[in-house]
Design a protein around this ligand. Sequence first.
Ligand code: GRF
Length: 223
Amino acid sequence: MTNGADTQPRKRVAVLISGRGSNMMSLVEASRALAYPAEIVTVISNRPAAPGLAWARAQGIETVALDHKAYPSRAAFDDALDAAIKATGADIVACAGFMRLMTKELVERWHNRMINIHPTLLPSFKGLDTHARALATGVRIAGCTVHIVRAEMDAGPILGQAAVPVLDADTPDTLARRILTAEHRLYPQVLSLFAAGAYDIHQDTARLKGASTNDAMLFSPPS
Ligand code: GRF
C-alpha cells in the first residue's frame, strides 16, 4: 500500500509486545491516517495471554503468539521470533513493552531497523522499576525515549525524547501515568519520522536530517 502524500510504499512494521499494549495501540491508531508512512502488519507477543494481542486481533491485525517458555533457549526463541517477523515482510520492528532480553544475533539481524520505547530519559534509569528509582533520586524532570535497539539493554541511538515534570506528590504510579501519556504521543511521531527516512544514523547517535527549530523549555518547578 502507498501513503496518500506520495507514491512511497508505506513501511511494514511488526510490533513486539508482552502485555497491555497501549503503545502498540497508539501506533496502530496513528497509522490509520492515510499519510502515515508506516503500517502495522503484525503484532507479536511472547505472552499468549497479553491483553494487547487480543485488542490487535479484534482490529483485524495479524497476531502471533510465541510463548518463550516453549523454547529450550533464548537463542531458539529468538530464531523463532526472527522467522515470525520475516514471514510478515516487515521492514521495521517496533518494540513496545516487549519484556524479553534479545540475543546479540537477533539485534544484529535487525541492525538499524529495530526501535524501542523506554519510560525514562535515557541514558538515565535503564532497566526495570524505573519510576520508583527516578523518584528516589529526586529528579524534577522525567520522561521517555524512543531509540534504536543495540545489543546492550536500553542503549542505542536516541531518536526522540519527551519530558514531563515530577510533582512532589508523585508515586511511581502517578509518574508512570504522566510518562505513558507522553509515550503515546512520542512513539507515533518518532516512528513516522523513522519510517520516512528522516534520520541520519550513526553507531551511537541519530540526527534528524535538516535543522531543528525546537527551542521549547520545560522548567520544574515552573519558572
Ligand atoms: C511502557 O511504559 C514502555 O515504555 C515500557 O513498558 C511499558 C509498556 O506499556 N517499555 P504498554 O504495554 O505499551 O501499555
